[in-house]
Design a protein around this ligand. Structure first.
Ligand code: COA
Ligand code: AMP
Length: 630
């Protein structure tokens, strides 16, 4: 059934019998015990998939491919433009290393259900760390390297890991990011202390180890006895991935083992057209959901070769870096963020560098992480002369909600559209009262429950928070937090978030959490952070602050303190470079800050004066400040 030949047939087949559809897909996974029920509606917030089934995700990603005789096939190609190295791990290598690292973790007391925080750069050991946890039935929680110590501390505090796996450093163009001092600081800040830390020493910078707590990765891996795969319930958590919510506290999205394996295994072929032996490359960071799903789990579940790239789209060494990687490793499907394509376009506007590389193996470019602006989609299509597929998803969903499908035949190219709903999703737009809107009407993009396998079933130890954040506004539906429209042909157009989340260079950030940081500055009375349009990053945050009365220090001095404060508390990833002192914030008579109007002014659009505004002159004052050059 899942091999249906057209999109319409596939979607209709899923709709006719969702459980049969997913049960058929589940045949692609090796189970140690088959499920009791494909879907059990009585479990969790809205039901759970493959209840009673048992499997091991690492076994499905690694061991079974070795057992099938593909041990010598490359599983992970690490291409580091930062160091000039390429290292290939075969499936056999991955089996040996994950078994040893799992053994090392077990020796440190990690077992099924224990948490392990992984704070690592783009090195093969990051993938090995994740798989080693999966092998033990332990729950990993990756933290992206661009976050500050305070963000790492919040995640450690919430996940309460037994062990933290980290590295001495990450490599960013022009600087070495020392991870160990950030980790040490985070551990000082967090009330929860792990028993041990295992540190991968990279030659670019060796980290001092704290005796009794810290262990050298290479030594513990070498000394460990290999550990076998531990079967877990399909409904047991595989990982927790924290993502920005609407408050300062990030949300710990939980991913289960069974549904996740089934959905990702299926998506590799239906969406990306990749099967066993094909080379797939996702240019994301392994610390984000795209990296979890499509650097590590998806490609390996399917027996593909996955490329992990430590580098940037430009500057490492030039705007041809992506094409070099695609050609060198014979990439069949490449996935990146629109912002990366905009970076390439800025430096190589005619795409001349593509001519230097043999891209004959490349069949398609997939884009996600933010809405792809039509000019970037068109340009990418023109320079590559390959299909360009924008697909829409979220950390919470773990894979695409809407997409184009290599297996079913791609839809006509519609720049700006995110494709059509993946079988498994009944996607509708709802009005603010939860009524389904007719096609062609903009509304709250929402998915009728249950969510398909692979989507996050809960938040870590916070089911109530899950219900409040996603399920309670529209009973019977999952609210995505995005606004958009499903047009009469079924194509979906995602317009943007309905909450305070912004997307900066494909990185998801909360303006609410930035406001909390700005408000903690001694001179700030109130503030508003919003995302303004940016040619490269899609959006960048701007912070407007009103000073406490009596503060008469130079504004420029306070503004640079605020920029430094966000970098220190949230991290460089926030790309927060613009804070401006304003006399007051425009508000409604009931005291609500008019963020949408402020954003429009910053973007150079005309901001209609809302009838509820307290004093229209406040908008003119903001315009004067925002239009002041920096
Ligand atoms: N560890 C530490 N710091 C990091 C980091 C990491 N893993 N990733 C980013 N940073 C830092 C950067 O060095 C930069 O620091 P700076 O302020 O000192 O310059 C800051 O965070 C902002 O990074 P970013 O927003 O990524 O901007 P950039 O100018 O470094 O690069 C792009 C811009 C477009 C090249 C880059 O964002 C990019 O490649 N994006 C594509 C990502 C992608 O493919 N995502 C797929 C998701 S679906
Ligand atoms: P993240 O959880 O970091 O993957 O961010 C998810 C959010 O990014 C979504 O809710 C959207 O707002 C946005 N997003 C991701 N992919 C797309 C896309 N293809 N089109 C439009 N918005 C997208």
């Amino acid at each position: 059934m899942t091999d249906a030949v057209s999109y319409d047939a596939a979607y209709a087949s899923w709709q006719a019998d969702p459980e049969a559809w997913w049960a058929a897909a589940a045949e692609g996974i090796s189970w140690t015990k088959r499920w009791d029920r494909v879907f059990d509606p009585s479990m969790g917030a809205y039901g759970q998939w493959f209840a009673g089934g048992m499997l091991n995700t690492c076994y499905n990603c690694v061991d079974r491919h070795v057992e099938a005789g593909r041990g010598d096939q490359p599983a992970l190609i690490w291409d580091s433009a930062m160091t000039g190295k390429v290292v290939t791990h075969t499936y056999k290598d991955m089996q040996t290393r994950t078994a040893k690292v799992a053994g090392a973790l077990a020796a440190l007391g990690v077992g099924r259900g224990d948490r392990v925080v992984v704070y690592m750069p783009m090195v093969p050991e990051a993938a090995i760390a994740m798989l080693a946890c999966a092998r033990l039935g332990a729950i990993h929680s990756m933290v992206f390297g661009g976050f500050a110590a305070a963000e790492l501390a919040t995640r450690i505090e919430d996940a309460k890991p037994k062990v933290v796996l980290s590295a001495s450093c990450g490599l960013e163009p022009g600087r070495i990011v020392q991870y160990k001092p950030l980790l040490d600081l985070a551990l000082e800040m967090s009330p929860h202390k792990p028993d041990s830390c295992v540190i991968l020493q990279r030659e670019q910078c060796l980290a001092p180890l704290t005796p009794g707590r810290d262990h050298d990765w290479a030594s513990v891996e070498a000394a460990a006895s290999p550990h076998d795969c531990v079967p877990v319930l399909a409904t047991d958590p595989l990982y927790i991935l924290y993502t920005s919510g609407t408050t300062g506290r990030p949300k710990g999205v939980v991913r289960d083992n069974g549904g996740h394996a089934v959905a990702l295994w299926l998506s590799m072929k239906t969406m990306y057209g990749c099967d066993t032996g094909d080379v797939f490359w996702s240019g994301a960071d392994v610390g984000w959901v795209v990296g979890h799903s499509y650097i590590v789990y998806g490609p390996l579940l399917r027996g593909c070769t996955s490329v992990m790239y430590e580098g940037k789209p430009v500057g490492t060494p030039d705007a041809g870096a992506y094409w070099r990687v695609c050609a060198q490793h014979k990439v069949k499907t490449f996935f990146t963020a629109p912002t990366a394509m905009r970076a390439v376009k800025q430096q190589d506007p005619e795409g001349k560098l593509t001519a230097q590389y043999d891209l004959s193996n490349l069949t398609a470019l997939f884009l996600a992480g933010e809405r792809c602006d039509p000019p970037t989609a068109v340009w990418s299509h023109e320079i590559l002369k390959k299909p360009v597929v924008d697909h829409w998803w979220q950390t919470e969903t773990g894979w695409a909600i809407t997409s184009g499908f290599m297996q079913y035949g791609l839809f006509p190219f519609l720049p700006g559209s995110g494709g059509r709903p993946c079988p498994g999703h009944d996607l509708q737009t709802l009005d603010d009262d939860g009524n389904v809107l007719p096609r062609g009407t903009t509304g709250n993009l929402s998915i009728r429950l249950p969510l398909p396998p692979g989507c996050g079933p809960t938040l870590w130890q916070n089911e109530e928070g899950y219900r409040t954040a996603y399920l309670s506004d529209f009973p019977g539906w999952y609210r995505t937090g995005d606004a958009g429209v499903v047009d009469p042909s079924g194509d979906v157009w995602v317009m943007g978030r309905t909450d305070d989340i912004i997307n900066v260079a494909g990185h998801r950030l909360s303006t609410g959490s930035m406001e909390e940081v700005l408000a903690s500055h001694a001179d700030v009375a109130e503030c508003a952070v919003f995302g303004a349009k940016d040619d490269l990053k899609g959006q960048t945050p701007i912070g407007l602050v009103v000073l406490k009365s009596g503060v008469n220090r130079p504004h420029a001095e306070i503004e640079s303190e605020l920029v430094a404060l966000i970098r220190e508390r949230i991290g460089p990833v926030a790309s927060f470079r613009d804070a401006r002192v304003v006399p007051r914030l425009p508000k409604t008579r009931s005291g609500k800050i008019l963020r949408a109007s402020i954003r429009k002014i910053a973007d150079g659009e005309t901001a209609p004066v809302p009838p509820t505004i307290e004093d229209p002159a406040a908008l003119d004052e903001i315009a004067a400040v925002l239009h002041r050059a920096r």
